[in-house]
Design a protein around this ligand. Sequence first.
Ligand code: GLY
Length: 254
Amino acid sequence: MLTALTRAVSRSLASCELTWLPRSIIDLDLANEQHKQYEQSLAAMGIRVISLPEQPEMPDAVFVEDPLLVFDEIAIVTRMGSPSRRAESASLAEAITPFRSVRTLLEPATLEGGDVMCIGRDVFVGLSSRTNEAGVEQLIRELQPFGYRVRPVEVRGCLHLKSACCSMGDGKILANSAWLDIAPLRDYQIVEVAPDEPGAANILRIGDAVLMPAAFPQTQEIVRNEGLAVRTVDISELMKAEAAITCSSVIFEA
Ligand code: GLY
């Protein structure tokens, strides 16, 4: 069944890394409540949720997508581009060990899971401020033996590739094409986010439905018009830490 690893919000979240947003006050109680609702949304969509304990000293540790990639064959502990976040990996490696054999990316690679968009055997990797070419090369070496095609994609103006685009399933990608080079995605149909909602491309397709932040009603309508059921969750406090929908879980078959 589909399984998600998640992690409780750190009490130090207010000290999170920020790349594109100015720092603003985060209501920690509300962030915790919104994260619980996020976990409940995953469960309501049929996913078994394994919730790991808080890492109090690691502000960004709730964003478990970045330190760990899970494929059907292996798990890969990334080497995050943000040095302050590298300590997050150890407990995630431990959590995935019962499910997958674990590989590790090494210096000089940097790569964060938010930069990795998997669609079947196509793996697109954002070249961003967090992920470098050595990261892409090491990922190719790990995944080619299993038949994955790994391709780099230039990202600009946002944190990660999946800030700019995410799979909608059915051969479609929801994107803000101002934030990436869409040429490597030429085999897919691009569906643009609403012009007033540049940050709306990050979605999670589960079964016939899509989980999206409550903040993007116009793009929700676009997704509905593509024939998908839309479920929303309010993650406004987590978004102040540059969170999106995908980054608070790692989802895999187990
Ligand atoms: N605050 C999320 C990150 O910068 O990684």
